[in-house]
Ligand binder design. Structure first.
Ligand code: ADP
Length: 454
């Protein structure tokens, strides 16, 4: 507004004054009629010139981005220049806004949760890529569609109408039935709502595993506790008990207590293994020494019931000795526990195709093929009674699996029901320490350390 007066003055002086001046001169020289005629002619020319400029402006405004701004002088030149500046400014702002919108869309598509914007009639206004996977909603196809017609789930329509419901609505994926999504509705404004879908499959699986685990542990502890508490009741009535009975009950109670202790020890070990990715320390483990220790422990557990053969051909092994001892010891003790008296057990350490192989062979009860994939699950047992009788906790192979994972080793199980089993652990070549292979008992030759024969 501040420059309105000078601009008006410039138009007056630039256009009107010459016409009025010409008309006055014509009037003075040739009379009033000539003066009016000159004025009329001047105004006519002025109107024609303005109309021409207007038509040029209108033509340019039809497609300002494709043509240069019209060339003009004076007030029109100023108008064209300002318009052209404003249009360029607006074009830049639109470009920026489009860029921001595209980035926002990309970001929303990258969000792993499904997002759907609904209007007051529950019509789909917008949705991201995850919504296509979770709910089968494709924006290009379903824009404007009513969501209840696409997501068919009892209670869904009511849930949309009452977004204050605290618990999310669970929905099975229409495409992959094993996946579960939690739906939530968030009001955006008076009419629009945002429907959010979250993949909760893994969380629910973990939750199911946790409650199964707690149930298993409780069950495992309850059995020996019931036995011990039953015996304690007998003790309370001690007049009725002979010294032999007392000794018998005391031994049974101490067996049950030992069982609980070994269960708690295994649980603590598992929890430690699960909470750390790698062993605290690693070292060169002398495998001849470790196998000798395993052999002597096997002999004392075995009590002469089996023939035990030990072969140590491999080099040293890089890793945590305590953990190796625990994993290999579990395999050896399983072989003894699941092999009837008179059977054969082999404990071997060798190199095969460049990999370090520790294996325990037995001629025991064997395992039917359908059980093999689940053996390393916590508390999974083929024969629950036999496992308990022999002091098993059902956690041994789960511990083995975790220890091997931390040492980048894999466990392979070959077994046939009634024909024995081989539990083979394969270590990557980089864990082998050939420099530790020295010693008269190795030397690339098989050594046989045989236990007692039953
Ligand atoms: P447990 O304490 O019950 O032995 P594990 O985790 O060590 O638990 O083993 C899981 C199950 O695998 C055992 O209950 C048993 O059924 C089976 N198993 C393990 N080792 C052997 C083996 N050498 N021979 C036969 N069955 C075995």
């Amino acid at each position: 507004m501040s420059c309105g007066v000078p601009r008006l003055a410039s138009i007056l002086f630039g256009c009107l004054l010459p016409i009025v001046g010409l008309a006055v001169v014509a009037g003075v020289l040739h009379g009033a009629a000539w003066g009016w005629a000159a004025a009329a002619l001047g105004f006519l020319l002025l109107v024609i010139a303005q109309a021409k400029r207007l038509s040029v402006l209108s033509a340019w405004l039809d497609a300002p981005e494709t043509a240069e701004s019209p060339d003009a002088r004076g007030a029109w030149g100023e108008v064209f220049l300002k318009l052209s500046r404003r249009l360029r400014h607006d074009a830049r702002r639109i470009e920026d806004a489009e860029g921001a919108l595209a980035s926002f869309r990309n970001a929303m598509d990258a969000v792993p949760d499904g997002l759907v914007i609904l209007n007051g009639h529950h019509q789909i206004q917008w949705s991201n890529r995850a919504a296509a996977v979770h709910l089968g909603i494709h924006l290009s196809r379903d824009h404007g569609a009513i969501i209840e017609q696409l997501v068919r789930k009892p209670g869904f329509a009511e849930y949309l109408d009452d977004p204050d419901t605290p618990a999310p609505l669970l929905l099975q994926s229409p495409a992959v039935r094993t996946r579960i999504y939690a739906l939530r509705v968030v009001p955006l404004d008076e009419h629009n709502k945002l429907l959010v879908s979250l993949d909760v499959t893994d969380a629910r699986r973990v939750e199911a595993m946790r409650s199964t685990f707690v149930a298993n542990v409780s069950h495992e502890l309850r059995t020996p506790l019931t036995v011990v508490s039953g015996f304690l009741e007998h003790f309370a009535d001690d007049g009725a008990m002979s010294p032999e009975q007392r000794r018998y009950f005391t031994r049974l109670m101490s067996d049950q207590t030992a069982r609980m202790l070994s269960l708690v020890d295994d649980l603590l070990m598992l929890s430690r293994l699960e909470s750390e990715d790698a062993p605290a320390t690693e070292e060169d483990v002398d495998m001849a020494d470790l196998l000798a220790q395993l052999h002597s422990e096997a002999q004392s557990l075995n009590e002469g019931r089996h023939r035990i053969e030990v072969i140590c051909e491999g080099p040293g092994l890089w890793g945590n000795r305590k953990e190796y001892h625990s994993a290999f010891g579990n395999l050896v003790s399983n072989a003894i526990r699941y092999t009837p008296a008179g059977g054969e057990i082999g404990i071997e350490w060798l190199v095969r195709d460049g990999a370090g192989v520790f294996q325990v062979r037995d001629s025991g009860v064997g395992i039917a093929a359908e059980h093999l994939p689940r053996l390393t699950e916590r508390f999974y047992r083929v024969d629950r009674g036999r496992s308990r009788e022999t002091g098993g906790t059902g956690l041994g192979l789960a511990i083995v699996k975790h220890i091997l994972l931390r040492h980048q080793a894999v466990l392979r199980i070959e077994s046939r029901e009634g024909q024995g089993s081989t539990f083979r652990v394969e270590f990557p070549a980089w864990r082998l320490r050939p420099e530790r292979a020295a010693g008269p008992r190795h030397g690339g030759e098989a050594i046989g350390m045989q236990g007692e024969t039953g």
